[in-house]
Ligand binder design. Sequence first.
Ligand SMILES: [Zn+2]
Length: 318
Amino acid sequence: MIKLALILMISLVASCSTAMKGTTVPENGTGPGQTGTEQPTAPGEGPQTPAFKAFSFIQMSDTQLAFHTGDASDFLTDTLTLDTLVRQINRLRPPFVLVTGDMTDNSTNKAQLAAYRKVIDRVDKSIPVHHLPGNHDVGSACSKAKVAAFEQNYGPSKFSFTWENCALIGINSCAIFAANPSSGDPSAEAAEIAEEQYKWLEQELKAAQDKGARIVFGHYPVFVKSISEDRSTNNFSQEERERYWKLFKQYKVAAFGCGHTHYPYESSYLGIDAVTCGAVAAPLGKGYRGAELWTVSAEGKVTHKYLSIQEFVNLRSL
Ligand SMILES: [Zn+2]
C-alpha cells in the first residue's frame, strides 16, 4: 500500500509540473489557468492541456497597387505579387491576416481599388483580414470624410481582438502623424481623431492587462531605427514617440508593428520591439517584396521575421 501511495504521489507531482509549463502566467498573477488553488489530477488522467496554443499570423503592408510604375493604370506586377501571397495565406492558413495600410497608390482610383478588392477577396473566408489606414488611403490630412470612405471600403479604421493569450490592437496612426506632420499644417480633424483614439487605446491596453502578450499595429512607424532619430515622413514627432512608447511600456506591449517605409527594419527600445514591415509593392532602399511572419508562444513570447514572397512560397507550414 505504501508503495502504491508513493507511485500516485510521484505521478501527481509530474502532471502538475507538466501543466504549469504550458500555462500562461499573466503579469498580475491572475487569469486563465491561474486560480491560486491547485487542482489535483486524478491518477491515470495524464497531463493537462496547456491553457493556450502557440500561433503564427501574417502582417502585410503597402500592397500599394501602381506605386512607382509612373502609370496609375499599370499595377499588374503588384497585383500578381499580392495574388502569390494570398495563395500562400490560403495554403498556410494563419488564423487571421493584418494589412497595415497603403493598399493602393491612389485611394480614389476605382480600377486600383477594384483590383485590390478582387485579389484580397480570394483569401479564404475562414481567415479574417483586418485593414488599417495608410496615408495613401486616408490622405495626408486624414480628414473625417477620408476615414469614413476608408471604413466603407475596408472596415473599421482601428481594431482590438484577442487570439489565444494575445491582445492584438490596431490604430489609425495616420491621424497621429497628420495632427503633428513633419511638414505642412497640422490637421485639426486628425488631432480630434487621434485624441479620441488615444483614450480608446489606453482603455484597450488596460483591459488586456491579464493577457500573456499585447501587440499594437499601425501604418506609420512611431520611429524606425531610434527613438531620438531625426524627424521625417517616416516617424512621429519626438513628443508623440515618447508619449506612445511610455504608454506601451506601462502596459507591457511586446511590439509595435507598422509599414510605410517599403523596407523592413527592426529595432527595440525599453524592451518593446519596433517592427517595420517591408512592402508587398515596389521596395525602397534595401527593401524587397515580402511580409512579416509573427509568432506568439503559448507563454506569450512574441517573435517576428520579415520573409520575402519567395520565402513564403518555400515555407512548408506556419
Ligand atoms: Zn504610407
